[in-house]
Ligand binder design. Structure first.
Ligand SMILES: [Mn+2]
Length: 347
């Protein structure tokens, strides 16, 4: 975890800024980090990052449009060189807070104020909470952390006050699949899979929410969020059912592919990993051009790296037991073959 001095440095940079512009990863940890900092500062604009694997150069346009005096990058492992270069030329400092291993070149990272909890890898919404330590934001940090399968140190206190949302003595993995907080985390991930206008509506509402109940409540402001997240929850449950009926129960590797309008490999793989804790889970969303892949289980990172190593244009990375990868569809069979070879020989 970052030390007190680092947290103070971050806080000072944020408080000095008059017009901060936040770029945050398009998931619940990224979203909650942004919300916590935005609520604490009471100023700044936010943009979800939809490019992968890096914060792409297409976001330079947003910087030019909004003319910030500070750029904050949250929960993103990579930032493109052109993006950093543009900020440098325009004298806009970049404050980059993350918890993933980064492959961005050192010389590029050094042009930013870079703070990472890697390799202990506490989520960004945990770091965000520790910067301002506001009691009224703890629930947001809990949701972001559970979404990233991490149980923060303030969870116990939260559980004592809200046993119906997060029971005491539960691990993060189980919490994500079985508790109300876990359900909210997944619903928020689904809520982010919507149009920009609808996401903006949700975020505006979240600026002023006081508790998870404000989000669970059905009202004019949450109507679209519930509609979208229920629709995707239904699709999600269907994929889980499909996966369960297709699996070869004797295999240690559970491979599941699906397609459709929405990629939710991360959510599906988390759920399947919870149901099959001793298996290696590989979930792939097949698109015309490429496959979005999530891997869960022991040695997931090693296996992901090894399986994408000899595939041109493939990217992959993440945490020890939870990774994401992208493979050109033309090489998807090769990826499958690599996994097969790796899991029969080495693991
Ligand atoms: Mn994260």
């Amino acid at each position: 975890m970052l030390n007190a001095n680092q947290l103070t440095q971050i806080r000072d940079q944020l408080e000095t800024s008059q017009n901060p512009l936040f770029f945050y990863d398009n998931d619940v940890d990224g979203l909650c980090s942004f919300l916590i900092l935005r609520r604490s500062l009471d100023r700044g604009r936010g943009v979800t990052i939809k490019s992968f694997p890096d914060l792409g150069e297409q976001y330079i346009q947003k910087v030019e449009e909004l003319n910030p005096d500070l750029i904050i990058v949250l929960d993103k492992a990579e930032v493109s060189e052109k993006f950093v270069g543009h900020a440098k030329i325009n004298n806009i400092p970049i404050l980059w807070i993350d918890h993933h291993e980064s492959k961005t070149r050192k010389e590029i990272i050094q042009q930013t104020s870079y703070f990472t909890t890697f390799p202990s890898a506490e989520p960004t919404s945990y770091i965000a909470q520790k910067i301002f330590n506001r009691q009224q934001d703890i629930w947001l940090s809990i949701i972001g952390c559970i979404g990233d399968v991490y149980l923060p140190d303030f969870a116990e206190k939260f559980s004592k006050q809200n046993p119906d949302l997060l029971p005491l003595n539960i691990n993060a993995f189980t919490a994500l699949q079985t508790t109300t907080i876990g359900k909210i985390a997944r619903k928020l991930n689904f809520g982010l899979m919507d149009t920009t206008t609808n996401i903006l509506g949700l975020i505006k509402y979240l600026f002023n929410c006081n508790s998870p109940y404000d989000l669970l409540e059905e009202n004019a402001s949450t109507k679209q969020f519930h509609k979208r997240s229920n629709q995707l929850e239904e699709f999600f449950q269907k994929q889980i059912e499909k996966a369960e009926t297709h699996f070869n129960k004797n295999s240690k590797v559970l491979f599941f592919t699906y397609s459709g309008n929405t990629s939710m490999s991360s959510e599906i793989s988390n759920n399947l990993a919870f149901r099959h804790p001793d298996s290696l889970i590989i979930v792939a969303f097949l698109r015309p051009e490429k496959a979005n892949i999530s891997v869960r289980g022991k040695n997931a990172l090693e296996i992901t790296r090894a399986a994408t190593k000899d595939i041109l244009g493939a990217t992959g990375g993440g945490h020890c037991e939870a990774t994401g990868a992208m493979v050109p569809i033309s090489d998807f069979e090769k990826f499958k073959e690599n996994i097969k070879n790796l899991t029969t020989t080495q693991y």
